[in-house]
Design a protein around this ligand. Structure first.
Ligand SMILES: [Zn+2]
Ligand SMILES: [Zn+2]
Length: 362
C-alpha cells in the first residue's frame, strides 16, 4: 500500500491554482490515509496505540461488529482464491485451539440473526468445534468462492460457518506467505518439507526496534520454536509472547519463565505435538506439526548471561538444554514450517540462518 501511495502523482504545489485546492487537499488526504493504513482502525479511523502489521479494527465493539459480522473491509473470497494454503493453515490453528478452551484466545465473537433469534457461539469452544469440523476442504472453498456461492454453501452446513471463516481470515495479523522454488526467499531445499512459509508477526515499528537491538548487541542468531497446533491461533494474532506464569502457558516452565527454543529442530519438534487437529479436511493431513524459525538478538553470551536471552546451560539454569527468551522484544518469527506426518527434518537453525539471512532480513 505504501508503494502505491508514493506512486500517486501529485502535482507540484506551485503548479496548482487556487481553484484546484480541493483536489490538492483530497489527494494529500488519500496519500496520508494509504500510507498510515495499518496505524488506524479501518472502520472508525481511530489511531491504534501501536502500529499493526495489517489494516485492522480498534477495540470498539461497534467496529468489531461491523468488521466481523457485516464484513466491512474484508474480502474473504479473494483471500481464499489467492492463498488457499494459508487459509487452510489458519483453519487448522483455530480448530486445534478449540481443544484447549482455557488457552483459546481470542474467541471468535461472530453473531448472526437467524429468524428471530441471534445465533452465536456464546464463548463455548465445544460449540465452535462442532461448527468448524464441518468446514469443507479448502479446494472446495476456492471453487465456491469462484462461483460466488461461498456464503450460501457454508451457511447451509452451519449458520455461523461463513462468518467464522471470515473472522479467522480477517483477524490474523501475522504476515504469512507460502514459499516455492521461485519465491523470494525461495523454498529451502535443506528442509525436506513441502510447506514452508514466511511468517512475520512484528509491525514495522516493532521490527525497527528489533533491528536496533540487534545492531546494539552485535547481531542475532536463529533458533527453532515448537508449539502445539492450537497455540498458533493466538501467536498469529498477538505474536510470540512469554506466557510463563499466565493461564496461557502451555509447556511447563521447568527451567524458568520465557519462550523456549532450540538450535536443532528435533528438540523443538518434541514441543509441537501436544494438540491434535479435529478438522479432518485439512490439506496437511492428520498428524501435522509446526515449527517457527525465529531470530533472536545476540544479547549476552553463554559464559556471561545478562538475563533476557538465556542460552543452554547458562548460570541461571545450568541443566537446561533450551534457549529461554525471557524478554519477548528479543525474539521475532521469521519462517514457519509445517511437518506433515510422513515428513521429518533434523536441521540446525544455523544452517537455515546462512541460507535465509540475506532474504529474511531485507
Ligand atoms: Zn474503530
Ligand atoms: Zn541466563
Amino acid at each position: 500500500v505504501r508503494a502505491v501511495a508514493t506512486k500517486i502523482a501529485v502535482p507540484k504545489r506551485d503548479a496548482i491554482d487556487k481553484s484546484d485546492s480541493l483536489y490538492w487537499a483530497t489527494s494529500e488526504f488519500v496519500k496520508a490515509q494509504l500510507a498510515g493504513i495499518a496505524k488506524r482502525c479501518v472502520i472508525c479511523n481511530a489511531e491504534h496505540p501501536i502500529e499493526r502489521l495489517k489494516p485492522t479494527i480498534c477495540s470498539n465493539q461497534l467496529c468489531s461488529f461491523q468488521f466481523t459480522s457485516l464484513g466491512l473491509g474484508v474480502d474473504v473470497e479473494r483471500e481464499i482464491i489467492r492463498s488457499p494454503e494459508i487459509v487452510d493453515l489458519l483453519i487448522c490453528f483455530t480448530a486445534a485451539g478449540t481443544l484447549q478452551p482455557d488457552r483459546f484466545n481470542p474467541f471468535p465473537d461472530v453473531q448472526r440473526r437467524v429468524g428471530k433469534a441471534d445465533e452465536s457461539f456464546n464463548s463455548n469452544a465445544h460449540l465452535l468445534q462442532t461448527a468448524i469440523v464441518q468446514m469443507p476442504k479448502v479446494a472446495d472453498l476456492v471453487q465456491m468462492a469462484r462461483d460466488g456461492t461461498l456464503r450460501a454453501s457454508l451457511e447451509k452446513l452451519h449458520p455461523l460457518l461463513y462468518l467464522l471463516l471470515r473472522w479467522i481470515v480477517s483477524t490474523t495479523l501475522a504476515h504469512i506467505e507460502l514459499l516455492h522454488d521461485k519465491s523470494v526467499p525461495p523454498k529451502f531445499s535443506g528442509l525436506q518439507c513441502q510447506y514452508q512459509f514466511v511468517m512475520r508477526c512484528a509491525a514495522p515499528a516493532r521490527e525497527a526496534q528489533f533491528r536496533e537491538l540487534c545492531r546494539k548487541h552485535g547481531g542475532s542468531f536463529f533458533v527453532w520454536h515448537g508449539s502445539g497446533l492450537g497455540n498458533w491461533h493466538n501467536i498469529v494474532r498477538f505474536g510470540l509472547k512469554n506466557m510463563s506464569g499466565t493461564a496461557f502457558q502451555s509447556s511447563g516452565a521447568a527451567y524458568g519463565p520465557g519462550i523456549y527454543a532450540a538450535h536443532d529442530s528435533t528438540t523443538s519438534y518434541g514441543y509441537s505435538g501436544n494438540t491434535n487437529n479435529p478438522w479432518m479436511n485439512t490439506m496437511f493431513g492428520a498428524g501435522m506439526r509446526c515449527l517457527a524459525l525465529c531470530e533472536v538478538v545476540d544479547y549476552g553470551t553463554k559464559m556471561l548471561c545478562l538475563g533476557k536471552v538465556h542460552r543452554p546451560g547458562c548460570l541461571h539454569s545450568s541443566s537446561s538444554p533450551y534457549f529461554r527468551i525471557e524478554d519477548e522484544d528479543m525474539i521475532v518469527t521469521r519462517l514457519f514450517i509445517v511437518f506433515q506426518a510422513h515428513e521429518s527434518a533434523n536441521i540446525n537453525a544455523d544452517q537455515c540462518y546462512s541460507f535465509f539471512k540475506k532474504h529474511l532480513r531485507s
